[in-house]
Structures are given as structure tokens and as C-alpha cells.
Unconditional design. Structure first.
Length: 174
């Protein structure tokens, strides 16, 4: 991993913007900027303790190499709290089935670089995911959303794409 210290610092800055009461919150995008650092999307996730569940699942599904090397992708990365909010029965079923796990994880990945900070007021903008179904972008109550998940509006630009931290797990129709 290249420059892990820089990665950790950059991702920590981006995530800290979503957690403090007087800091930028999920969806407060008026003055948000992208944070840039040297490393892949996977490197960024590994360096971020708040994304450890996502990293574990990506490794379990065998997607780490794909997400580290595929160029020009965007990952909407659910936090550990987002995964913890799922019903345990659902987690058990998905984690126990590699095909389902892959479908859920690739539903969080799009080609290109959609920017949730530049959205209209409705959920009308659509983007296909690597899983094959679409996610929808918009704004509600001042928050940037992907489907119904609030987006931390400080994107992390990596060597092969962008990471946007979200507060919920996106679930495709299966």
C-alpha cells in the first residue's frame, strides 16, 4: 500500500467531517470539497476504521483486487454503523451466500464519477451500478442522497476512483 499514513490522515479528515456537531454532516454539501490522496479505493477503505466491516465483506466476496484496480469507479461506502443497523437475519443470509454478498456490494459501485454534491431536489438522477441495477441520486431536506442513504459530501478521490461514505447499506432488489 502506498503512503498509508497519508491515506489514513486523508480518510480520517473526510470521515471526521461527518461526525462532529459543528462540522459538515452527511448531506451538508454547500462548501464540501473532495479530499485527494495517493492509493486505491481499497487502500482508502483499509486505512479507515469506520469502514472495516465493508473491507471484511469485500475481502470475503473476493472483490478487493477488482475494486483496487478497476479505473474510474465510484464506491458508495457504508459505515460500520450502517451495517450494524441491518437485521441480523439479513446479514446472516447475505454473508452466507457469496453470490448475494457480491450483488449487494457491487450495487454500491458505479462507473464514472457521479458527484452527489451537485444534485437536483428530487431523486430523478439515475446511475447504473456494477451489479446491474440502478441507484438514484437527489436531495431531500438539504441532504444529498443515493437511494435513501445520506451521503457524506466530502468525497475521497483515489488513484482509481472516488469514495463517498454513506450512512446506510444500499440493498438491490433480489
Amino acid at each position: 500500500m502506498k503512503n498509508l499514513t497519508t491515506l489514513a490522515a486523508s480518510v480520517a479528515v473526510a470521515l471526521s467531517l461527518s461526525s462532529g456537531a459543528n462540522a459538515q454532516s452527511f448531506g451538508d454539501c454547500a462548501s464540501a470539497n473532495k479530499v485527494t490522496f495517493d492509493g486505491s479505493i481499497v487502500d482508502a477503505a483499509i486505512a479507515t476504521p469506520e469502514l472495516s466491516t465493508l473491507v471484511d465483506l469485500v475481502v470475503a466476496a473476493g472483490l478487493a483486487d477488482t475494486l483496487a484496480t478497476t479505473e474510474n469507479i465510484t464506491v458508495f461506502a457504508p459505515t460500520n454503523d450502517a451495517f450494524a443497523a441491518l437485521p441480523m437475519e439479513l446479514v446472516d443470509v447475505v454473508v452466507g451466500n457469496t453470490d448475494l454478498l457480491t450483488a449487494v456490494l457491487t450495487y454500491h459501485v458505479t462507473a464514472g464519477a457521479p458527484d452527489p454534491r451537485r444534485l437536483s431536489s428530487t431523486l430523478a438522477q439515475r446511475k447504473d451500478t456494477l451489479q446491474g441495477q440502478s441507484v438514484y441520486f437527489g436531495r431531500a431536506g438539504g441532504s444529498a442522497l443515493v437511494n435513501n442513504a445520506a451521503v457524506n459530501c466530502t468525497g475521497v478521490k483515489t488513484d482509481n476512483g472516488t469514495v463517498w461514505v454513506i450512512d446506510s447499506v444500499l440493498l438491490p432488489a433480489l
